[in-house]
Design a protein around this ligand. Structure first.
Ligand SMILES: Nc1ncnc2c1ncn2[C@@H]1O[C@H](COP(=O)(O)OP(=O)(O)O)[C@@H](O)[C@H]1O
Ligand SMILES: [Mg+2]
Length: 378
């Protein structure tokens, strides 16, 4: 005769069910209200969803049913869905914030190990968002926990490039970000009706970035990438104030390098004491059928920007990679699947993956960062 399934065995099985948005076991976040097993082996599981209209309702029900049904001796699974009370949600939010009752920017808390990279450019259209989306997807593919904050409020394009259609789920004042290609992403584009422009000024922009940092449940990230707007405006300054340890990655094309606009985005670092990690030269060339390279926008621009920034900032700023023009990269971006996922063997994907790995393997440390102290002269 089969062993009788017990409540403990079912609970154990449910501890393997991960909430798709919060990415923690449902047993840990107070979603499992009750478990009963009767003599006939029927398991009845009470599940409290975070919100009434939880978009993950079906997925959670399915995952719980599958997990409980696998327990030896369970003959049937019944799910009784409920919704968390206000008190339960308060407790959950506080738990997700690591015991802090109020929203905080976790990335600036002592002991936080998330590496924060802000992707900057002197002007638009150089491929900043393409680089951001691909770096994120490549890092996530390598198993890192990655978040993307689309800080390009007026020209947001991260939802489209990552193929995110949904909105963050609201847990009262906390936002659970949508996840696409295993990347958590938040963008103003998830909140404004399609086709409607964002007409905000400085203080509102600052508040929006602050909310995206503090009110979004990012979880335990290895890397946070910010897609900055082009140039050195209010938002770049807000980001520097809110995340002083964010390090800059400057994206340029050979052409905008020649025009001198790229290093402006990097030289803002002198005012903000941010570190510039390096330069990505995008649209570097177009490979011809015979294997030769056509330098559509000129040649060597990434190196020129890196050299100038090295001189201005007084720390070594390397070229992190050269990404060729690649039709598959553009198509992939339009389709919402970054090229590092859709066509990883393409030349652009290989270059972007290499940049992602070099950024991921950097230690978050003090190297190259201004310590704000004057060294003692000997
Ligand atoms: N390496 C590349 N090869 C082909 N198309 C690219 C490449 N990088 C970017 N693009 C395309 O160029 C356009 C501008 O890129 P985008 O990432 O939106 O720039 P930005 O964010 O700097 O304004 C997009 O249509 C994008 O798909
Ligand atoms: Mg962009």
């Amino acid at each position: 005769m089969d062993a009788m399934p017990t409540v403990e065995l079912v609970r154990d099985a449910l501890s393997k069910v991960i909430d798709p948005e919060i990415r923690r076991p449902i047993t840990e976040i107070g979603m499992v209200r009750s478990i009963d097993v009767d003599d006939a082996g029927v398991a009845t599981v009470g599940i409290d969803l975070t919100t009434q209209g939880c978009p993950m309702k079906e997925r959670i029900t399915g995952d719980v049913t599958d997990a409980a049904a696998k327990v030896a001796g369970v003959t049937d699974v019944k799910i009784e869905l409920g919704v968390m009370s206000e008190e339960q949600r308060l407790e959950l939010r506080s738990k997700l914030r690591g015991g802090k009752p109020e929203p905080v920017i976790q990335f600036t808390q002592p002991g936080n190990m998330t590496r924060v990279y802000a992707i900057a450019s002197g002007k638009g259209g150089v491929g900043k968002s393409t680089v951001t989306a691909n770096l994120a997807a490549a890092m996530a593919k390598d198993g890192l926990k990655v978040g993307v904050l689309d800080a390009d409020i007026f020209g947001f394009s991260i939802p489209g490039m990552l193929g995110v259609t949904g909105q963050p789920t609201r847990l009262d004042d906390m936002l659970l970000p949508p996840i696409a290609h295993e990347v958590k992403a938040v963008s103003i584009g998830m909140f404004v009706p399609a086709g409607q422009p964002v007409v905000w000024r400085g203080p509102m922009l600052h508040r929006a970035i602050e909310q995206f940092l503090a009110d979004v449940y990012w979880g335990d990230l290895d890397v946070l990438l910010l897609d900055l707007p082009p140039g050195t405006g209010d938002i770049a300054i807000s980001v520097a104030q809110l995340l002083p340890h964010a390090e800059l990655v400057v994206v340029t094309t050979p052409q905008s390098a020649a025009a001198g606009v790229a290093e402006r985005a990097g030289s803002i670092a002198t005012q903000t004491s941010q570190n510039v990690v390096g330069v990505v030269e995008n649209m570097a060339w177009l490979e011809q059928a015979d294997g030769s390279r056509l330098h559509v926008f000129g040649e060597g621009g990434g190196q020129v920007v890196a050299d100038r920034l090295t001189k201005t900032l007084g720390t070594s700023v390397p070229v992190l990679g050269q990404v060729p023009l690649d039709i598959t990269a553009r198509e992939a971006g339009d389709a919402g699947t970054p090229v590092v996922i859709s066509d990883p063997a393409s030349p652009a994907a290989e270059a972007l993956t290499a940049v992602a790995r070099s950024l991921a393997s950097r230690q978050r440390g003090l190297a190259g960062r201004s310590l704000g102290v004057t060294p003692i002269k000997r």
